[in-house]
Design a protein around this ligand. Sequence first.
Ligand code: SAM
Length: 232
Amino acid sequence: MTTIKLSKRLIAVASFVEQGAIVADIGSDHAYLPTYLIQKKVIQKAIAGEVVIGPYETAKNSVYRHGVSDKITVRLADGLFAIEEEDEIDTVTIAGMGGSLIATILEQGKERLHHVKRLIVQPNLHAKAIRKWAVTNNWQLVNEQILKEDGKIYEILVLEKGVSSYDDLELLVGPILLVEKNSIFREKWENEIDQRIQVLGSLDNAVETPALVNKKEQLSHDINTLRKVLEK
Ligand code: SAM
């Protein structure tokens, strides 16, 4: 049985899974994350959920080849509908998708989260959508991590049940990442400022509609706020 070699990004996601957890990995693709967690003896068992038939078949084959079919059930299902009551899932991981898609998956299947204690999500972009979903649905951030791999910057958000409230800036950049403000955080938001400046410049010659004025104001506001954050 070969041992799974995970990317730095997925090892970071795995590091937030607690010993003895029962995991649903949604959008599992090859099911590498749950396979790694079984091989490392971190988790008891897992569901690997996939909505697309190709990755679903790949996951099933991979789980079989790695000899972990008794511990990992691969299901063809949309989002959290891969989770059944009797699975006793206490941890959900969703990695490698856009933040808006992850927030939609959480919203559409939230009745499947009743027994879940921990959500570990890794949006490729727009983490703000997940933080907003968390506030509305009584989940709170208990940890956040930012990392860089192959020139790309990723955020990981760890959520547990609880009432939370974050201001606009915290929703955008992450309340925990904001306190830490490490060098990768600085790099990400310097890039984001540059992108917003470019977008603002490209709108210079556009016809002024109320929507455009709003957009320009929001961009200028974000640029000024982010600059202040990075000055400190
Ligand atoms: N989680 C793996 C990772 O982080 O490397 C795979 C990420 S891959 C880019 C995204 C996977 O999510 C794809 O295999 C896609 O089919 C699956 N996916 C997208 N929307 C989904 C949904 N609503 N339910 C289940 N899987 C979904």
